[in-house]
Design a protein around this ligand. Structure first.
Ligand SMILES: [Zn+2]
Length: 879
């Protein structure tokens, strides 16, 4: 297999560059045909740099047209340039200005890294290594410089000219051209550079910070979509206010701009003062966006805004530290959503995300630490481990230190590292110092891959009135890490007495126990509680206080007891999940469930539905069986996805079938004709009603499919319409094809709504789905270069359609592998991301495993693959 490059980069090899670029003056001349970039880089040798040390700048696919130092053109012998680097052989050992000029063709840039055109708009994506596709530069996050940007472009096609920072000049440039000058006073790494030029509409607003600075806010978008930007603006203002209240952080420029573009590899990008967003994370109106879309927009707007402090003002020393900004900022956005909505519901859905996205990564061939120590392609490390597990690590730190201790550490972090590029070690050091504790063992969470297994057993001595909990932790080997160390785990817990009330104890020994938290730091611990009057039921890992897989010796009766009595909502939810999981796993492994076990689960579900003290949104999360992928991973080996699908289907019928009348009554009671509001209470009500509809369909209620079709027709908003479409599609009801056809006719003209249609189409688990997906992709009008469309169709097929992707004849695998080979030639990031769907292959039963391996081997044999795709392929096959 040939690849772009086989080079591996190691954390241990980090060294500062011998030179620093301290100021950047960029001049872009943009025309429809090409863009000329002139860069004046003020360069200084770092202390200790020896005379004659060459200056090596990064480039990628660049064409150099001129190079000069302090105004004097360089002789050909003084530099060496190719598409990927520019070397100044013997630069002056003093401050100097390096001047280069390159020419770009943004309209042919289908990788969507660097400067490219999206639906006519010029825009940039530079994280992590896109800036080198714009000009030769020290494209590494530890080089911080102040940037000034002049842009000249045709006024008719690019009336809007934006860059980072504040606008300091603008005017006419003759010949139908105009210009704008932007200056960003905050030194920043090149990955935060951004530029936008295009014909865009906008909405504006303003925000006054706590200290009285007035900030002009604007969201730019394609004309005609302005009315869909108001929720994003509202979310932005709430984010700005929350970061002041919760972390004492204010915004620091006079302008904050957001631009929505339709071709974007990521969700959004936190460029200083000029965030660029995938338009699906900006646009919302009730008849085209769901409650889920509204919540995602709120979350991502907040996330990118919060990066202004955790990411931009304090950035990463190198890309191994990516988790420093991402894990912390995801934690911050999770807290924002928890404060704005329901904390319990947010926690449960974050744990669902962690288990569905991160745990499989941690347990498969692509496992890596939250702070990796080597990579071949950094783009492949924008993973659930870096983001979601990274956030869990920060959450554990906050749990261990308490709210006040955590805030003390954050304050010291901002004080000490503002304006710097730093590391995970430095991050932990401020918490250790501010709280006078040792976090050296805690740091292992960042360095060690794999999801720890926590095993808990208990015993009770009635005569002595003592209760014992025995805890053990173990982490299985992962690629490159054969041995594992014990981790520090905060385990929140409570003991519940026979009447359902919390139980106390007179003394506790055997481990570090602080009120409602056990801190496990060794491989095992035995904790003895004395003065315990009755045998308690333990509620363990409350709030999912550590990202582990826990197994306990609790009986199904104990779990059902917790589902009724645990004061921790997460614990109640988890208990119902555990009861269902045990039945499903037993049945897949050949032990059919007993009728009374199903009856008990059904009663617990019915009681949950009837409980007036629980939120609708919580009930919506509780009244569902674990998903097929989660059941598969719990079983762990020789997976037959078709069998799991059938078992789950039967369990749905057994548990919820006899509840048809209760479900129907509750469904009708939740019907409302009030106008759509995206707040937590109304979206919770819709979520529960749509869950009930889903259960009526999945449990085989005779009226279920018709009810879904009726809801689809009568829906007054996209949340209800899409939910009806999705449940019909997932069960592939008789009405599903008709509803899908209607949806396409009604909404096919709106690309973001088309994505919903593509995903439902690709996720249907009927035997005809592969041919339908093939036909959609083969349509000459299908936008083959748009990441959102490709992910909605083929990404959904590979990730959300376990039975058809893993067909025993291998056709699903071959289809996705062929797709990856094709897209890889245009957009390696999209190709590599879809390829990660294959990470399940080592877990499959032998026939499917062989089929998957053969598709991967055939992809490998195809020849030239990008570094992104080759890296994922090599690691996946090695697993
Ligand atoms: Zn981020």
């Amino acid at each position: 297999m040939r690849t772009d490059s086989e080079h591996t980069i190691y954390l241990k090899d980090y060294t500062p560059s011998p030179y620093a670029i301290v100021a950047v003056d960029l001049d872009f001349r943009i025309t429809a045909e090409s863009t000329r970039v002139r860069a004046l880089l003020t360069v200084e040798p770092r202390e200790g740099t020896e005379p004659g040390t060459p200056l090596v700048l990064d480039g990628n696919e660049l064409t150099l047209t001129s190079v000069a130092i302090d105004g004097a053109p360089l002789m050909v012998s003084s530099y060496a340039a190719d598409a990927d680097s520019l070397t100044i052989v013997e630069p002056p050992l003093r401050r100097f200005v390096l001047e280069t000029e390159v020419s770009l063709k943004p309209q042919t840039n289908t990788r969507l890294m660097g400067l490219y055109r999206s639906s006519g708009t010029w825009c940039t994506q530079c994280e992590p290594e896109g800036f080198r596709r714009i000009t030769y530069y020290l494209d590494r996050p530890d080089n911080l410089a102040v940037f000034k940007v002049t842009m000249t472009a045709p006024r008719d096609i690019a009336p809007v000219l934006l860059a980072n920072g504040n606008k300091i000049g603008a005017g006419d440039a003759g010949d139908g051209m105009h210009y704008a000058v932007w200056e960003d006073p905050h030194p920043k790494p090149a990955y935060l550079f951004a530029l936008v030029a295009g014909d865009l509409g906008s909405i504006t607003d303003n925000f006054t910070t706590a200290s009285g600075r007035k900030v002009d806010l604007a969201i730019y978008c394609e004309h005609g979509k302005e009315d869909q930007c108001h929720w994003a603006m509202d979310s932005l203002k709430r984010s700005m206010s929350w970061d002041e209240r919760r972390f004492g952080r204010e915004y620091d420029l006079d302008i904050f701009n957001i631009v929505a573009v339709s071709d974007f590899n990521f969700g959004a990008m936190e460029n200083k003062g000029l965030n660029i967003f995938n338009d699906k994370l900006v646009f919302a109106k009730p008849d085209t966006a769901t409650d889920g879309d509204y919540e995602n927009i709120e979350r991502v707007i907040a996330h990118e805004y919060f990066h202004n402090w955790t990411g931009n003002r304090i950035t990463c020393r190198d890309w191994f530290q990516l988790c420093l900004k991402e894990g912390l900022t995801v934690y911050r956005d999770q807290e924002f959503t928890s404060d704005e909505r329901s904390r319990a519901v947010k926690r449960i859905s974050d744990v669902q995300t962690l288990r569905s996205a991160q745990f499989p990564e941690d347990g498969g061939p692509l496992a890596h630490p939250a702070r990796p120590d080597q990579y071949r392609e950094i783009n492949n490390f924008y993973t659930a481990t870096v983001y979601e597990k990274g956030a869990e690590i920060v959450r554990m730190l906050a749990t261990l230190l308490g709210e006040a201790g955590f805030r003390k550490g954050m304050d010291l972090y901002f004080e000490r590292h503002d304006g710097r590029a730093t590391t995970i070690e430095a991050f932990l050091a401020v918490f250790a110092e501010a709280n006078q504790i040792d976090l050296s063992q805690f740091q292992t969470w960042y360095l060690q891959a794999g999801t720890p297994k926590l095993t808990v057993s208990d015993s009770y001595d009635a005569a002595a009135q003592t209760y014992r909990l025995k805890l053990e932790q173990k982490t299985e080997p992962t690629p490159g890490q054969p041995t594992k160390q014990a981790l520090v785990m905060p385990i929140k817990f409570g003991l519940i007495g026979p009447n359902g009330s919390p139980m106390g104890w007179s003394s506790v020994s055997g481990s570090d126990v602080r009120d409602d938290m056990i801190v496990l730091s060794g491989d095992s611990a035995e904790i003895v509680f004395t003065g315990v009057a009755n045998r308690p039921v333990p509620s363990l890992l409350r709030g999912f206080s550590a990202p582990v897989n826990m197994t306990t010796t609790l009986t199904q009766e104990n779990r059902l007891f917790l589902a009724r009595h645990d004061s921790d909502p997460f614990g109640r939810w988890q208990a119902l999940q555990d009861v269902s999981m045990a039945l499903a796993v037993g049945a897949v492994n050949g032990t059919p469930w007993a009728d009374d076990a199903v009856t008990a689960l059904r009663q617990a579900m019915a009681d949950t539905l009837a409980n007036d003290n629980l939120d609708d949104a919580f009930k919506a999360l509780a009244l569902v069986l674990p998903g097929e992928a989660l059941i598969a991973r719990t079983i762990g080996k020789d997976i037959d996805p078709a069998k799991i699908h059938d078992v789950r289907d039967q369990l749905n019928r057994a548990v919820f079938g006899p509840l048809t009348s209760q479900l129907t009554v509750a469904y009708i009671k939740l019907t409302s004709d009030l106008p759509y509001v995206p707040d937590a209470a109304s979206s919770g009500r819709r979520a529960l009603r749509n869950r009930l509809l889903g259960l009526l369909v999945a449990s085989g209620a005779s009226e279920g499919p018709k009810l879904a079709a009726q809801q689809y027709e009568a829906a007054a908003n996209m949340t209800d319409r899409f939910a009806a479409l999705a449940v019909s599609g997932a069960a592939w009801t008789a009405e599903a094809p008709m509803l899908l056809a209607d949806f396409r006719t009604k909404f096919g003209g709106d690309p973001l709504v088309l994505d919903k249609w593509l995903s439902v189409s690709a996720s249907a688990q009927d035997d005809g789905v592969l041919e339908r997906v093939r036909a959609i992709l083969g349509d000459p009008n299908f936008p083959k270069n748009n990441p959102n469309r490709l992910r909605a169709l083929v990404g959904a097929f590979a990730m959300n359609n376990p039975t058809q992707f893993a067909r025993p004849d291998g056709a699903g695998f071959r289809f996705v592998a062929d797709f990856v080979a094709d897209v890889d030639t245009r957009n390696p990031q999209v190709a590599a991301r879809v390829l990660t769907g294959f990470r399940i292959w080592p877990m499959l039963e032998p026939v499917r495993r062989a089929a998957a391996k053969s598709a991967l081997t055939a992809l490998q044999a195809k020849g030239h693959l990008s570094r992104n795709t080759a890296d994922i392929l090599t690691r996946t096959l090695a697993g």
